[in-house]
Write a protein that binds this ligand. Structure first.
Ligand code: ADP
Ligand code: MG
Length: 211
């Protein structure tokens, strides 16, 4: 029914582990349409984030999420560091002072996070970016939660929507970020940022499924 503080920490840690395990895969996706560093970037940032978690005030979900955002912004250059940094900072602002999250809290937090990423990166759906995974995930979660679906099932639907959004980036021509320099040649490849964003939502669904 609710996501506890410790569940949020578990999500952050499991996401960092997933990124670490898939560092080469994410960088390989980026090598096809960018500069081949997305996995390395995200891994450096999430490892730095893990190091910050111990200093977070006890049981403050927002403070933990903000600490992750600050670490990503300070440790990762390029596009994804500031964008993921903004995502986590916005999740943190939306949940400041909370010791646990309801479905409504998570819905509002996702709303703020996506807004923040779009304000910073100016990407719209279909531009072949992380937004293509995040927006369907946000919408699927909100619709499921408003429709009275259990938190676990709403998270699962959100994860599936992120996966579909990620897969739908394959035929797209990139209009934002480094991949856009390739023009038509960016088509036929899955976007690395949409892939890591799907991981973020999939891990949330896995870790929080019994919440
Ligand atoms: P860089 O492109 O600086 O090397 P990364 O390789 O770490 O940074 O991240 C690339 C990913 O960042 C892309 O796959 C895309 O999903 C995301 N991205 C790039 N520019 C934008 C943007 N303006 N808005 C949203 N996401 C973006
Ligand atoms: Mg790159």
């Amino acid at each position: 029914m609710t996501i506890a503080y410790d569940d949020v920490l578990r999500w952050i840690r499991d996401f960092a582990a997933e990124i670490s395990d898939n560092k080469q895969y994410l960088s390989k996706l980026d090598a096809a349409i960018g500069d081949g560093d997305h996995g390395v970037n995200m891994d450096r940032g999430m490892q730095a984030a893990l190091g910050k978690l111990d200093a977070v005030p006890e049981k403050d979900v927002g403070a933990a999420l903000k600490a992750v955002g600050m670490a990503l912004i300070s440790k990762v250059g390029g596009a994804a560091g500031p964008l993921y940094g903004t995502l986590f900072l916005q999740l943190g602002s939306a949940t400041a002072g909370k010791t646990e999250l309801s479905a409504q809290d998570w819905s509002s937090a996702l709303e703020s996070a996506v807004k923040g990423v779009q304000a910073r990166g100016k990407a719209e759906p279909g531009d072949k970016t992380m937004i293509d995974a995040l927006i369907p995930a946000r919408d699927a979660f909100r619709e499921a939660a408003e429709g009275g679906v259990s938190l676990g099932d709403a998270l699962e639907r959100s994860s599936v929507a992120a996966k579909e959004g990620m897969e739908a980036t394959v035929p797209l021509v990139a209009r934002k970020g480094r991949a856009s320099y390739l023009g038509e040649r960016s088509a036929g490849h899955q976007d690395p940022g949409a892939t890591s964003s799907h991981m973020l939502l999939r891990i949330a669904a896995e870790v929080w499924k019994d919440s």
